[in-house]
Design a protein around this ligand. Structure first.
Ligand SMILES: NC(=O)c1ccc[n+]([C@@H]2O[C@H](COP(=O)([O-])OP(=O)(O)OC[C@H]3O[C@@H](n4cnc5c(N)ncnc54)[C@H](OP(=O)(O)O)[C@@H]3O)[C@@H](O)[C@H]2O)c1
Length: 423
């Protein structure tokens, strides 16, 4: 393995994990660690405070440093810092999915120009090896489908809602108290984090650049205990699913939203903060990768793994293996949510009138929607009833049209929820 000199930007959860794991690898020398607040107390035994700087420019412009490990997060100043590092001929290791999703194209283009690599195993599903397997040992495959649980916070919240019948709000509060959710949970619960990850994952899986701006995204905040109860009765678990598929016409369907997942499906069994990724490819068939999607140590496993891969490649030659260089020049043609086909769960609040179910059936029929299950959950005090419909595969735009028509009918009071279903 080649001896490398590394500069680390960020010394929080991931940065400290990386520092600790690197202590066992004497070939990798940490030259400097950049932080925001140099006066913050760092409780690390034997840590040399002189390694710290609050000026990351000292890392990206240091001619002695071969590799910059960016584990600070966010777009600014990470983007400008990494551009400078690449221009200065440094290799990059990053865990920053937001940066890759929003600015990856520019960074990878620059890296190619400067003959350096950007490795990012930790950016998708923390400790699970998924990027490198796709780029190396799975490269004989044409990957056509991904279905994944890529956000531990939302999976934890949904697990508690299922297991303990908690409301979303109470489950979120518990997750925050236990450190599974941040004080501002928006990035996780609204699906942004999972969308960044699926944009990266689908880009490398489908060999086309998937734009984060065209990924349909819905979070978990509208899931109610009633939905969890109905899902259970019908044999499903609700999960936040990040999915991507290549359609027969070559277009790409990538999205993040909660789904009713059949209890028989492997992803339905992934609970708490665990992440899991199912891939379908030819010739390999179906694969599933499961493990810790976050946390200091699992994430450090991926970051340090990338550093060691780079060190052993650079030992063999000055040029890293082609697998680690990005080749995506083609932009994917991504379809809109209205053009997707799914089975649906529709929760409808209707007046307790004779004929309500008939009206729902007629409207569905008029819009090319076949119903596979219909269930009424008793009568409420206000003389309305919750009617749950599961459809056969239907076009999203037909579903949206049907829901609009239902709301125009006197006996339908509200569409309480619309979720997609995965069997
Ligand atoms: N946490 C995980 O399990 C996990 C898993 C996979 C990927 N990631 C990704 O890894 C990255 C880091 O996450 P994290 O959880 O470790 O974050 P974190 O605990 O909040 O740590 C962020 C670190 O960056 C430093 N920092 C912030 N702005 C800086 C600047 N302008 N210059 C230099 N340093 C700066 C902070 O300095 P101070 O210490 O002085 O505040 C802190 O040390 C993010 O991109 C995240 O998405 C995290």
């Amino acid at each position: 393995m080649k001896n490398l000199k590394a500069g680390i930007i960020g010394f929080g959860t991931v940065g400290t994990g990386v520092y600790k794991v690197l202590q066992s690898f004497k070939e990798i020398e940490i030259k400097k660690i950049a932080v925001k607040n140099i006066n913050k107390k760092r409780n690390i035994e034997g840590f040399n405070q002189n390694l710290l700087t609050d000026n990351a420019e000292e890392i990206v412009n240091n001619p002695e440093i071969d590799v910059v490990v960016e584990v600070a997060g966010g777009i600014n100043p990470a983007f400008d810092l990494l551009k400078t590092a690449i221009k200065n001929g440094k290799h990059i290791i990053t865990a920053n999915k937001e940066l890759l999703a929003k600015k990856g194209e520019e960074l990878f283009r620059l890296a190619k120009e400067k003959n350096v690599v950007i490795l990012y195993e930790a950016a998708v599903a923390g400790g699970i090896p998924i990027i490198m397997p796709i780029k190396t040992i799975l490269s004989a495959n044409k990957i056509t489908k991904i279905a994944a649980i890529l956000n531990g916070t939302t999976n934890y919240i949904l697990t508690k809602m299922h297991e303990q019948g908690l409301s979303y709000e109470v489950a979120l509060k518990q997750a925050q108290e236990l450190g599974y959710a941040e004080t501002d949970p928006t990035g996780d619960v609204e699906g942004f984090d999972a969308a960044y990850k699926i944009s990266v994952l689908s880009t490398i899986s489908f060999n086309q650049r998937v734009s984060i701006d065209k990924i349909y995204r819905e979070g978990i905040t509208k899931i109610k205990p009633q939905d969890i109860k109905s899902a259970k009765e019908l044999g499903y678990r609700i999960k936040l699913i990040a999915m991507g598929q290549v359609l027969e016409n070559g277009k790409i369907d990538v999205r993040v939203h909660p789904m009713l997942v059949s209890k028989k499906h492997l992803l339905a069994k992934i609970d708490n903060a665990t992440n899991s990724i199912m891939l379908t490819g030819y010739p390999v068939g179906d694969l599933i990768f499961t493990g810790a999607g976050a946390g200091a140590e699992p994430t450090a496993s991926s970051v340090v793994g990338d550093i060691l891969v780079l060190a052993s490649e650079l030992e063999a030659s000055d040029k890293p293996l082609p697998q680690t260089i990005c080749h995506h020049d083609k932009n994917a043609v991504q379809i809109e949510i209205g053009d997707t086909y799914n089975e649906y769960y529709i929760s409808i609040n209707a007046s307790n009138n004779p004929g309500a179910i008939g009206i729902i059936g007629t409207i569905c029929g008029r819009n090319n929607i076949n119903i596979s299950t219909i269930m009424q959950n008793g009568i409420k005090e206000d003389n309305t009833a919750e009617i749950v419909v599961i459809t056969e595969i239907s076009k999203e735009s037909d579903i949206q049209k049907a829901l609009k028509e239902m709301l125009e009918s006197d006996c339908i009071k509200n569409i309480d929820n619309l979720l997609r279903v995965m069997n």
